[in-house]
Ligand binder design. Structure first.
Ligand code: SAM
Length: 251
């Protein structure tokens, strides 16, 4: 099994593949001022196994949701969960890459993306996705964000290596303005979105994951990298979180 297959195996059984929460998704929806009864076209980009997709399908009774992820394994789980919840009719799974999306210009009323835009970078993502939105369409995207102006050197070094685009919220909001969006709001994910919803359930899967893979060096390396990330979060969460950015396309 290669590294990607191992990562899929570790994360496929998670309710979510990154920090987040239903209350925070709903808060972002409220901030965006989405009409919950409207027949919206919405794309959830980098949807994973559907944490936000399934909630949005539940909250937006008449929306057509395209659930986009590059990994068909995650989309299969999402579809099974949607069927179980009676939401399958509202959701179309779409195996595609976020840098080559199969939408027409102006097709979407809402673009949603939680914990995924970093795969192509925030600046590139918001610039490239804008054309798929209707002229007054809404963008809701969550992204790792510094929550303080200065931070410890080891933390700075870690994220500068992992994701050099990490920045403060004011810089992200300025980027949205420069790329043709009117910022509406910003929600910082609280600690329970990281610990209770993501890291603790992930840690609870480590033992069975290692057993399934005979404690291979590759499996152990994946667990050790996840544990390192969790320790950094536990030590330094005053300085960073995910921010959910809500904006409207202008022009
Ligand atoms: N939104 C989900 C959530 O919050 O639980 C998943 C977040 S997970 C951290 C990032 C997701 O982006 C994964 O499901 C991964 O497969 C997907 N992904 C990574 N690169 C991608 C790409 N180039 N195009 C589409 N999806 C991608």
């Amino acid at each position: 099994m290669d590294n990607l297959e191992l990562l899929i195996d570790l994360h496929r059984d998670g309710e979510r593949q990154g920090p987040g929460g239903e209350a925070e998704t709903e808060l972002a929806l409220q901030l965006a001022g989405v009409d919950r009864a409207a027949p919206l076209q919405l794309a959830d980009i980098g949807c994973g196994t559907g944490a936000s997709t399934l909630l949005l399908a539940r909250l937006l009774g008449n929306a057509r949701i395209t659930a986009v992820d590059r990994l068909p394994d995650f989309l299969d789980v999402l579809q099974a969960r949607a069927r179980h919840l009676g939401l399958a009719d509202a959701i179309t799974p779409c195996a595609a890459s976020m840098d080559n999306l199969p939408f027409a210009d102006g097709e979407l009323g809402v673009i949603w993306s939680e914990g995924a835009i970093y795969n192509i970078g925030f600046a590139r993502g918001i610039a490239e996705w804008r054309r798929f939105l209707k002229p007054d369409g809404l963008l809701v995207v969550s992204e790792i964000t510094w929550t303080t102006a200065a931070r410890p050197a080891d933390l700075q070094r870690h994220w500068q290596t992992e994701y050099p685009e990490i920045d403060v919220a004011s810089a992200r909001i300025a980027l949205l303005e420069r790329h043709g969006y009117a910022p509406i709001g910003y929600v910082v994910l609280p600690q329970h979105c990281w610990l209770d919803h993501y890291y603790r359930p992930l840690q609870a899967r480590f033992d069975s994951f290692l057993r399934r893979h005979g404690h291979s060096e590759a499996a152990k390396a994946i667990v050790s990298a996840e544990e390192h990330e969790i320790r950094l979060y536990e030590a330094h969460n005053a300085h960073f979180s995910y921010g959910m950015y809500v904006a409207r396309r202008v022009g």
